[in-house]
Design a protein around this ligand. Structure first.
Ligand SMILES: [Zn+2]
Length: 178
């Protein structure tokens, strides 16, 4: 298990890159041995077929009756179990103290529809602290997407930082006025 999420990553300005899209690089969980086709994730219900994971509802209809041969954890649920986030989103600033509930509700409401376009993108943990909220996600892209939704909804500022190998993304959204 790569331990790349060390403190060095969080240093201000370190490895700071601005890009439109994150290239996740080699995801160690995707590079593990593929399950048998078809496989069912016992935690989230995603289905593996022909080298990709489908949300159960997105499975082509002709496949939906096919028996699942292998019961596994999908890469996202393995990261969840291992507490191995590849995306970190910090939500901070004065605005968060005054509008924390709205932010939490926005993330919860969007989670099922917009955030989970890809079953491999899941929120591992949302933790609300005094004055800031920390979100851990299975992919950097999901942390980025939530940050963009916050910016679209509440304005504010956003910055993206990557580890040198681009596996781990840190996204910070903040708004200083209430
Ligand atoms: Zn799963």
């Amino acid at each position: 298990m790569p331990k790349k999420a060390g403190k060095g990553l969080m240093e201000k300005g370190a490895h700071m890159v601005r890009r439109k899209a994150i290239d996740p690089g080699g995801d160690p969980y995707l590079n593990k041995a593929a399950p048998q086709d078809m496989a069912l994730c016992k935690r989230c219900g995603s289905i593996y077929h022909e080298k990709r994971w489908y949300k159960r509802d997105d499975l082509p209809e002709k496949l939906s009756q096919t028996p699942n041969t292998d019961i596994v954890f999908c890469p996202a649920c393995q990261k969840f179990r291992d507490n191995y986030p590849e995306g970190y989103l910090t939500i901070e600033g004065k605005f968060v103290e005054a509008h924390g509930d709205e932010i939490m509700n926005l993330i919860a409401n969007k989670e099922d529809r917009q955030l989970h376009i890809n079953p491999l993108e899941q929120i591992i943990e949302i933790r609300r602290h005094d004055g800031h909220i920390e979100v851990k996600t299975t992919t950097g892209k999901l942390a980025q997407r939530i940050g963009r939704i916050l910016q679209k909804t509440f304005s504010g500022e956003i910055v993206y930082k990557w580890s040198v190998d681009t596996k781990i993304a840190r996204v910070v959204w903040w708004r200083d006025d209430e």
